[in-house]
Ligand binder design. Structure first.
Ligand code: GLN
Length: 467
């Protein structure tokens, strides 16, 4: 109950940051926590958890921060929400985000930007697209939050808010009831204050879901390497991530993280992932292509709020007006990009090439990890010269001032994802943890731990050592 009361008081204190689109009613939150306080059988029984607004809940509207879904309430809970409720958790509310998950600063929302405050009070980017979930955790408005990560949307907000952001291996957490952005990349992710909390939530959610056709089947889950860290590890440093535009504080935090791991007896090994430099371009072809197909159903007839005053007009006018009014500028840009790269004249040069790059990115990772990829070579034994995990920054800079972003062009915003998209393209587990770079502590930059497919436990272990 103490926890619920603290969250409620933080809720009024940080209301101005616009982290939530819908909030649970405070009296019902208190009465639920009171009830669950007495019920200690459940793992999450006294915990308040916030849910990103592209994950369906029957108790609140689910808008994906889009004008086109502003009146939508799902008739059911997503599987991940159901799992949380079964474990005794209380839903704190629905968090603000970039519309349909498209963006890196949580400024592309029908409900206004999410705000984040730096230690000296400046208004900075919350990261995106799960910025509302990250700010809700950072300001103690909930115990932990769910987000989604397609190309970095859990890890980047974690890095910008000093929280922990975990994107599990693709296919481990159910996507049933999660509004699709780019199906082949979408994952549900976790934002929390500590790695331990992230692990607890992950364990609650990591189960096969027969309702999600991309949920990893039990037989494959049994083959995954569930071992945790017991021996000194070989830590890989991807040289391609040491770009000239890496901000000095981020480089300092990277070096500090590597030193900590070395002091714990692990060894450091420079490695190369040559396809990394094409990963961002490939992502920004593939994700919009899938998005343009996914968003086709929001036409005001099958789904979505219909534009006013157009009854009786031809359906093409109805669709165009509804979609033109309902979608924000960034979403419209992605639909156009996707429709173009899938068109007959462009598909060979864009979509097909991007798919080839995706495969090269996957092979790059398989070449450096000591463990083989269980989805590709289930019985092959590992390479001795390989590394166990990779350590690299989550983003090239710390959170920029929101004001600086006003004149940023879309490509500038896409650049923020340069370090997060490779793990997304390959479906690998990756976590962002805050590592301090200042003398006095306080200021942090996000560092990523990336592991081989299915080695989520190991990734969490290493992240814990960086805290
Ligand atoms: N910023 C990236 C994009 O806009 C990632 C978004 C995400 O992971 N949902 O596509």
């Amino acid at each position: 109950l103490k926890h619920a009361k603290e969250c409620l008081s933080n809720r009024s204190k940080f209301f101005r940051l616009n982290a939530f689109i819908a909030l649970a009613d405070s009296s019902s939150m208190i009465s639920r926590s009171l009830r669950s306080d007495h019920d200690t059988r459940n793992a999450l029984s006294d915990k308040l958890i916030a849910i990103k607004d592209n994950i369906c809940t029957d108790e609140f509207p689910t808008t994906a921060a889009s004008g086109i879904l502003k009146e939508f309430t799902s008739p059911y809970d997503a599987t991940v929400v159901k799992q949380l409720r079964h474990a005794g958790a209380t839903i704190a509310g629905k968090t603000n985000m970039d519309e349909f998950g498209m963006g890196s600063h949580s400024t592309h929302s029908h409900f206004g930007s999410v705000l984040n405050e730096s230690l000296n009070g400046g208004v900075i980017s919350a990261g995106g697209s799960s910025g509302g979930s990250a700010v809700a955790v950072a300001t103690g408005q909930c115990w932990a939050a769910l987000g989604t990560d397609t190309g970095g949307s859990v890890r980047l907000p974690a890095a910008y808010t000093g929280t922990v952001g975990f994107k599990p291996s693709y296919g481990l957490l159910s996507r049933w009831g999660v509004i699709a952005y780019a199906n082949s990349l979408d994952t549900v992710g976790i934002l929390s204050s500590t790695v331990r909390d992230a692990r607890e939530l992950f364990n609650t959610l990591n189960h096969h879901d027969p309702q999600d056709p991309t949920s990893l089947p039990v037989s494959t889950r049994n083959r995954l390497n569930s071992s945790t860290q017991s021996k000194p590890l070989r830590i890989g440093i991807p040289l391609e991530y040491n770009i000239s535009t890496l901000q000095p504080p981020v480089r300092t935090a990277w070096l500090r993280a590597l030193r900590v791991l070395q002091q714990k007896g692990h060894t450091l090994h420079p490695i190369s992932l040559p396809a990394t430099r094409h990963a961002l371009s490939a992502y920004y072809i593939l994700a919009p292509a899938e998005a343009s197909s996914n968003l086709a159903k929001y036409d005001g007839v099958r789904y979505g709020s219909r534009a006013e005053g157009i009854d009786g007009t031809p359906s093409s006018v109805l669709f165009a007006k509804t979609r033109g009014e309902g979608f924000g500028a960034e979403v419209r840009r992605r639909i156009l990009l996707g429709a173009f790269s899938l068109s007959a004249q462009a598909i060979d040069n864009y979509f097909i090439q991007a798919q080839k790059i995706r495969r090269l990115v996957q092979q790059d990772f398989d070449n450096v990890f000591s463990a083989s990829n269980p989805l590709i070579a289930p019985s092959a034994c590992g390479k001795e010269s390989g590394v166990d995990v990779l350590i690299c920054p989550t983003a090239p800079t710390t959170a920029p001032l929101l004001q600086e972003l006003e004149n940023q062009d879309p490509i500038g915003a896409y650049m923020n994802d340069v370090f997060t998209v490779p793990a997304s393209l390959a479906g690998l587990p990756a976590i962002s943890v805050p590592v301090s770079f200042g003398e006095k502590g306080g200021e942090t930059a996000g560092m990523q731990v990336i592991g081989q497919y299915g080695e989520d436990g190991l990734v969490l272990d290493v992240a814990e050592q960086l805290e």
